[in-house]
Design a protein around this ligand. Structure first.
Ligand code: PLP
Length: 370
């Protein structure tokens, strides 16, 4: 099993949709790449650190099947979204930003700032089924400039058909922005199968890579149309040119970078990305589905809020125990099961570090507390 590779769990840890557990080796790898060269007073410290960030981009490229140059390191998803919005030229008749009421609020808050540029917000109501392409057909209208599509929605555990939705948007000349925060590391992703303009994600959840190592991906056909407002010397084609009168955007996604970057979070995240690539997302997903199935078996039909169908299921189960909800929650918490609650129910996310024995202990607890 893989649980010996991760730091020891307190109880049964099922919070990978929030913060994945770190690898045991993450600290020493980051020490080696970050602290040691710094402590040596190495003259070429930035060359060294920037090479580490290049490894982060390279690992993202191999995990998601795209070129490293299309990725830009970022601190958070929301700030990436803000940079995207302020890099595009608004048009008078195509000025709607479309999203769902089930998207993550932080990303929506960032998008709402675009109203100062003349954009209008439009929301697909939470009650509509986003796995039904007719809904997208109905909402991807001529006046939509940009659509946000969240691959895995955090409140309901639904996974959306990104290839079909982004293709539909592209056919209508609508730019698409895909949020993969809850999908990367647990759902196999091949960017080449999508028609997305932008993709944003982070390392803190299923990748177990800690906070601060987010990223933005830009389609190479879209990059020339992007003129980010929020820039710094690392957005320059040649950051070390130092000509105050001559700013030129980097040719690739790094034009979205900014000033002096943080380094440490990317070292921690790269160690995790390497591990995930070695194990393979397919294998992680298979284990997740198997563990989820074991939990689903002890639930009644109306207790499972997230989808049953594996093709639109995410890595997270959303469960509501009806009248017994509070009572079962208290029992599970008392026995050291780590999960969280949202309006629709509790969220449980079995990862590769959760053993069958742990899941059996959990299902036993659920059964006995009815
Ligand atoms: C779907 C989704 N998007 C984005 C985020 C986080 O965005 P940020 O990096 O801006 O905090 C989360 C966090 O839970 C999320 O679930």
């Amino acid at each position: 099993m893989m649980d010996d590779k991760f730091i020891e769990q307190q109880g049964i840890y099922l919070l990978s949709h929030s913060v994945g557990l770190p690898l045991k080796t993450a600290k020493s790898i980051a020490d080696e790449g970050f602290w040691q060269p710094w402590a040596r007073g190495d003259e070429s410290i930035w060359n060294h650190w920037l090479a580490e960030i290049e490894r982060f981009r390279g690992q993202l490229g191999s995990l998601l099947n795209s070129d490293a140059s299309h990725f830009c390191p970022q601190t958070t998803i929301s700030s990436s979204v803000n940079k995207i919005i302020f890099s595009l030229t608004p048009s008078k008749h195509k000025n709607v930003i479309l999203m769902s009421e089930e998207d993550f609020p932080s990303v929506a808050y960032a998008l709402q700032q675009s109203q100062s540029l003349g954009y209008q917000m439009r929301y697909i109501p939470a009650a509509l089924n986003l796995n039904d392409l007719d809904v997208w057909e109905q909402y991807l209208l001529d006046d939509v400039a940009l659509v946000l599509v969240t691959q895995v929605q955090s409140n309901n555990g639904v996974q959306l058909p990104i290839a079909a939705i982004t293709a539909m948007a592209a056919q209508r000349s609508i730019r698409s922005l895909v949020d993969i925060a809850q999908a990367i590391g647990i759902i196999p992703i091949d960017i080449q199968q999508w028609s997305a303009d932008f993709i944003v994600g982070s390392s803190v959840k299923w990748l177990s890579g800690g906070p601060g190592a987010a990223f933005l991906w830009v389609n190479p056909d879209t990059i020339e149309h992007c003129k980010p407002q929020n820039v710094g010397w690392f957005s320059h084609q040649d950051p070390f040119e130092f000509d105050i009168h001559n700013f030129r955007y980097a040719k690739d996604a790094l034009r979205f970078w900014g000033g002096t970057p943080s380094v440490y979070p990317f070292l921690v995240a790269t160690a995790s990305l390497e591990f995930v690539s070695q194990v393979g997302v397919k294998q992680i997903r298979q284990h997740n589905l198997k563990m989820c199935d074991r939990i689903i078996q002890v639930l009644s039909d109306d207790e499972l809020v997230s989808p049953l169908d594996a093709s639109c299921r995410s890595g997270t189960l959303i469960i509501h125990f009806g009248k017994k909800h509070e009572q079962i929650i208290r029992t599970l918490q008392g026995k050291g099961v780590c999960f969280d609650s949202r309006s629709k129910g509790i969220r449980m996310s079995p990862h590769i570090y959760n053993s069958e024995a742990q899941i059996d202990a959990l299902t036993g607890l659920i059964d006995n507390s009815r």
